[in-house]
Design a protein around this ligand. Structure first.
Ligand code: ADE
Ligand code: ZN
Length: 345
């Protein structure tokens, strides 16, 4: 298929995204909130933002990530962030999105949890009404907080579970020096409360396959966020395959924060070929100037993927989601219908 046709195929195929961060707000929206709230950003226009978004590693990325959210203060700010996620879903044909937010890292101290939750709940309802799309959330725990704090946070967030559509508890931020097992009580409590569980792990080289083992063994996660370093451990790959633990991989993100030199070095396709259930995701699109469709397109160009490969990856995005069985059946039927129209016979 010619490159333009593949591009169109990727853009139009109905898909889900399971790993992106709400706290990665598009610069246009940040600038608007900054003006409204009289707060300064380290850039004054979109070009300045793009210039500022350069990272040597995860640590530098996380520092800048937290600076940008400093302009979000009111319920309206969060409403607009959620609504923008919906607009972007419509543009990329993402019919379901499970979006992470990290209250302790990026918002606490500036905004009451209740203010943020009310804004997100309103935005999410509007996304359904205006675009007919399914927006859900995952409440990530910043790894660097204390286990007492993370346990308390799980109970606090549970109060908003249904109203805000929070399906899971996750773990993110700096991994090196902050082992996942510290938060085992928070994750056990989250399980009791009916949340699904995931964790960012095995992202940077220094985190290694051990970071993934920790998340799998100590937190009993349902999904692995990143986990790309698993490629260095055959026993771990076998464990992931045998236990069918889905991986939410983010190829362009990993290249942007210098985990890999190029997409060609990324293990997403090798992990797939070894039997892991992998999904493709964007992580922090405004920071990398690359959305979900760009991630698919770069995989196509680098690994010479065809429409069957893309369709299988998209299928995984639905089957690995936290949707109910009935919802998954409906999403897959929509996908199959679309494929039949595009490729009759
Ligand atoms: N928060 C946002 N993006 C992240 C990443 N790639 N790793 C860890 N925490 C994050
Ligand atoms: Zn992430």
């Amino acid at each position: 298929m010619p490159a333009d046709d593949i591009k169109q195929f990727i853009r139009e195929i109905p898909k889900a995204e399971l790993h992106m961060h709400l706290d990665s707000v598009p610069p246009e929206l940040l600038l608007r909130s900054a003006r409204r709230n009289n707060v300064e950003l380290p850039f004054s226009d979109v070009e300045g933002a793009i210039e500022w978004y350069r990272f040597n590693d995860l640590e530098e990325f996380l520092q800048k990530w937290m600076v940008t959210t400093s302009v979000l203060v009111t319920e309206t700010d969060y409403y607009e962030v959620a609504l923008e996620l919906g607009r972007d879903m419509q543009q990329q044909n993402i019919i379901r999105r499970e979006v992470m937010f990290t209250y302790a890292a990026a918002h606490e101290g500036r905004v009451e949890l209740d203010t943020m939750m009310k804004g997100l709940a309103r935005g999410r309802r509007q996304v359904k009404e205006e675009f007919g799309l399914d927006l859900y959330f995952i409440a990530d725990i910043d790894r660097t907080i204390s286990p007492e704090r993370s346990l308390k946070y799980v109970d606090e967030i549970a109060a908003y579970k249904d109203e805000v559509g929070i399906l899971g508890i996750g773990l993110d931020c700096q991994e090196i020096g902050y082992p996942a097992g510290v938060h085992r009580d928070a994750f056990a409590r989250a399980r009791e409360l009916g949340f699904y569980l995931s964790a960012h792990c095995g992202e940077e080289y220094a985190a290694g396959p051990e970071g993934v083992w920790d998340a799998v063994n100590d937190l009993n996660v349902d999904r692995i966020d990143h986990g790309n370093q698993a490629i260095r451990d055959n026993e771990l790959i076998n464990h992931i395959v045998e236990n069918d633990i889905p991986m939410t991989l983010c190829p362009i993100s990993n290249v942007s924060i210098n985990v890999y030199e190029s997409i060609a070095d990324h293990p997403v396709i090798e992990l797939r070929n070894r039997g892991a259930t992998v999904t493709v995701n964007s992580d922090d699109p405004p920071f990398f100037q690359a959305d979900l469709n760009d991630n698919y397109m770069q995989l196509v160009e680098t690994f010479n993927l065809g429409v069957d490969d893309i369709t299988q990856l998209v299928r995984n995005s639905f089957t690995c989601s936290y949707a109910t069985d009935e919802e998954k059946t409906a999403y897959l039927a929509a996908l199959d219908d679309w494929c039949r129209v595009v490729n009759p016979g």
